[in-house]
Design a protein around this ligand. Structure first.
Ligand code: SF4
Length: 334
């Protein structure tokens, strides 16, 4: 016996929404999905009319759906945005080279200008060559630090006001869990914000903050969007993997667990009690940093000196200073 759409449109339901359990027809699912993203944008004041927005595009499901929905909402609600695609080529053979082809397809399908920046041109290293030197243990630390700065550099080149990223509700709930487990209160404060900005750094926003991963996959499937679904070949990231598996188990028992964890993270913010790092400019590359030398320059220094562990871990600043002392000692001895 067919079930009627619970939005009372009179059509038969064809799916059960993972987030709410509602039985919906395809059109009512699209409307609910898109309207929730619009509400996140509107309530969080993520954009202003006239803003130039770079969508961080990897070719994966999240950024593909983000590009598609932002274009649609921009037209439906007259946001007045100028949209761009910004991709970072980490230099990972068999992964990023293929996914960039999907981004080029997005560029053509959604008629958005695309800018691609590579680690090789920015840092002189690809992730393939970094992994060849450091192995697979800390590769994501290098990749994450370099990508964050590369996106800022790309945004500066495009002259945009904001970078919109495809982080979804599952990603944010995972990050809340990881920060709770690590006791990292400073990061816990920031990780649930839909919009982050600071003096000298480009604004970043997450319009899919409350959107479930399962619904993103469903939306992309029904809309027949082209996206790339292979995982990165260097993707161990064991700690996040455990948080993800734990979250998926919780979701099976109680689907609202994802949104509940995000709301808990939002309420756990202990404003005023945590000293946030002062923002300044890196004395080497000039990019925004919380230290004298930014993390990207510290990591790069380690790679270029054949000491890749120099920038890993909390004592990296001490190691960098020690390396500088050793370098000077060697020079004096000569
Ligand atoms: Fe980079 Fe790690 Fe993500 Fe691969 S899994 S793209 S190495 S951060």
């Amino acid at each position: 016996m067919p079930v009627l759409c619970s939005a009372k449109c009179g059509n038969n339901a064809i799916l059960k929404r993972p987030k709410t359990g509602d039985a919906l027809c395809k059109e009512c699912f699209y409307w609910a999905f898109e309207t929730e993203i619009h509400n996140t944008i509107d309530n969080g004041k993520l954009f202003k009319s006239g803003d130039k927005v770079a969508i961080g595009a990897s070719g994966g499901k999240d950024s593909t759906v983000l590009a598609y929905v932002l274009k649609l909402l921009n037209e439906r609600y007259n946001y007045g945005l100028q949209l761009f695609l910004l991709s970072i080529d980490e230099g990972i053979t068999g992964y990023r080279d293929d996914s960039l082809e999907t981004v080029k397809q997005n560029r053509d399908d959604y008629e958005m200008p695309l800018k691609i920046l590579s680690y090789e041109e920015l840092y002189g290293w690809t992730m393939d060559s970094i992994v060849a030197q450091i192995g697979r243990k800390n590769n994501c630390t290098f990749c994450g630090v370099f990508r964050r700065q590369a996106l800022d550099r790309g945004a500066a080149l495009l002259g945009v006001d904001c970078i919109a990223t495809g982080h979804n509700a599952d990603d944010i709930a995972e990050t809340v869990l990881m920060n709770v487990l690590r006791g990292d209160i400073a990061r816990l404060q920031r990780c649930t914000s839909a919009i982050t900005s600071g003096e000298g750094s480009i604004t970043r926003c997450k319009p899919l903050k409350y959107t479930y991963e399962k619904e993103i996959v469903m939306y992309a499937y029904f809309k027949r969007l082209v996206y790339f679904s292979t995982e990165c070949v260097f993707a161990p990231n064991a700690y996040r993997g455990h948080a993800r598996a734990y979250l998926k188990d919780l979701e099976k028992i109680r689907p609202s667990a994802i949104i509940d964890i995000i709301h808990s993270g939002e309420r756990l913010q202990a404003k005023g009690t945590i000293k946030m790092p002062e923002r300044r400019n890196c004395s080497r590359c000039g990019f925004v940093s919380s230290c004298e030398v930014c993390k990207a320059c510290v990591l790069l220094e380690g790679l270029n000196r054949g000491m890749p562990k120099l920038g890993i871990g909390k004592s990296s600043k001490v190691r960098l200073q020690q390396a500088e002392v050793n370098r000077l000692k060697t020079r004096i001895n000569f």
